[in-house]
Ligand binder design. Structure first.
Ligand code: M6R
Length: 390
């Protein structure tokens, strides 16, 4: 049985999605992608609406088919998705492991069903999908259901196939996403994954009431922080010109910022057609360091968290080899300006919510690089918004 967290009845027709024609107009923006990037503060607000009681610290996912008793039976969570949604799932792994203390594996939807995955009734399977129609993700869900797992979908398109076949749905409320490059659905799904992690943590007794209030207070600041980043006055056109003439780029991050590196690289490659590789920064010395020269920009997500010093040393290693570094850094960090060639400052959200904020400059950077190269930003070559064939 499907349920929504809002308790709204699900429509049953195949392949229909709610579509707001007003939201599907570009308005003042040149491209849907640009508009959707700028809708993120609003999308985060909508995703939070009605889900959190900021006074008591309660997360209201009451229609999920997971009561406290059921939540305690899970021994493992598997998150399966494709592309940008998979990157959200990797961030979700950090959130759920940290807050609910359950081991989480993340698997490509396109690989999942071909390797007889180890699943049982103690495994919760979570899928993330903007469209809810990605064939590989749907096949992974079928695999999970056939092995008796409870399934939860984090889905944007209301009434989509994934929303109908999952046991429970947490909608993104990002609104229609037209640009092929996913932006607002990514940040909305991170918010949903954080809510799910809080919900599971509370149910399993791994988060006490005081900590819970702090964790939801962090959430309440997100729309403002996203608004700040979107109005930060950074000259992205100048930064984008750093990529003129380059054929390849490297994105580095550690811990929960590693999936942000993957996502920044995917955004750049799909709309600008520049090769971009996301890498865990500690792995740089095991291969990618051989690529570094002054024609390959390196984007380093170097926030003031527990991995900060390690990221600084990665930046030094790149600089020592003649590389050019663009750092995404925490506001007020004076030290990093001496090390990197360019710094984009972002406000601190929290160690688990920073990915929601720090991905926004990477989306904007990719957008401006693609525009400078004259690419078809909203409909890049060879790509479809929803991949419904294998
Ligand atoms: O609709 P889905 O979230 O299931 O789509 C998954 C991927 O196809 C999608 O995220 C793709 O990687 C985007 N083009 C990324 O911007």
């Amino acid at each position: 049985q499907c349920s929504t967290i809002d308790g709204a009845p699900l429509r049953k027709s195949l392949h229909t999605v709610d579509f707001d024609p007003v939201a599907a107009v570009k308005g003042e923006y040149r491209h849907f992608m640009e508009k959707e990037i700028h809708e993120q503060a609003r999308a985060i607000t909508d995703t939070l609406r009605g889900r959190v009681d900021f006074e008591t610290g309660d997360v209201l996912l009451n229609n999920l088919p997971v009561n406290h008793g059921k939540a305690r039976t899970f021994r493992r969570v598997v998150i399966t998705a494709c592309g940008t949604a998979l990157h959200a799932g990797i961030v979700g792994k950090y959130m759920i492991e940290s807050l609910a203390r359950i081991p989480v594996d993340v698997d490509y939807g396109s690989e999942f069903r071909y390797r007889d995955p180890f699943l049982d009734e103690h495994t919760l399977v979570v899928t993330v999908s903007q469209s809810g129609e990605t064939v590989d993700t749907l096949a992974a869900l079928d695999e999970a259901r056939s092995k008796g797992c409870l399934t939860i979908g984090i889905v944007n398109a209301v009434g989509s196939q994934a929303s109908r076949v999952c046991d429970g749905v947490v909608y993104m409320h990002a609104g229609p996403e037209i640009g092929v490059a996913s932006t607002k659905a990514y940040t909305a799904s991170l918010v949903d994954l954080y809510l799910l992690a809080l919900y599971l943590g509370k149910a399993r007794g791994t988060i006490g009431p005081e900590r819970m209030r702090g964790l939801v207070a962090d959430l309440s600041r997100l729309p403002d922080l996203a608004g700040q980043v979107l109005g930060d006055g950074v000259d992205y056109e100048r930064l984008a010109s750093r990529f003129s003439g380059c054929e390849s780029s490297l994105y580095l991050g550690r811990g929960i910022n590693y999936p942000t590196a993957l996502e920044g690289a995917l955004k750049l490659k799909e709309i600008s057609y520049i090769h971009a590789e996301g890498y865990p920064a500690g792995e740089m010395k095991h291969g990618p360091i051989a690529l570094i020269d002054n024609s390959m920009p390196v984007v380093a997500i170097a926030l003031k968290d527990h991995a900060y010093d390690k990221m600084l040393s990665n930046i030094e290693q790149v600089k020592a080899r003649g590389g050019m570094v663009i750092a995404i850094a925490t506001e007020g960090d004076a030290k990093i300006a001496d090390k990197a060639d360019e710094v984009i400052a972002v406000p601190w959200a929290s160690s688990l919510l920073n990915p929601v904020i720090s991905v926004i400059p990477l989306q904007r950077l990719a957008y401006h690089v693609a525009v400078q190269r004259g690419r078809n930003v909203d409909q890049p070559r060879n790509l479809a918004k929803s991949v419904t064939v294998e």
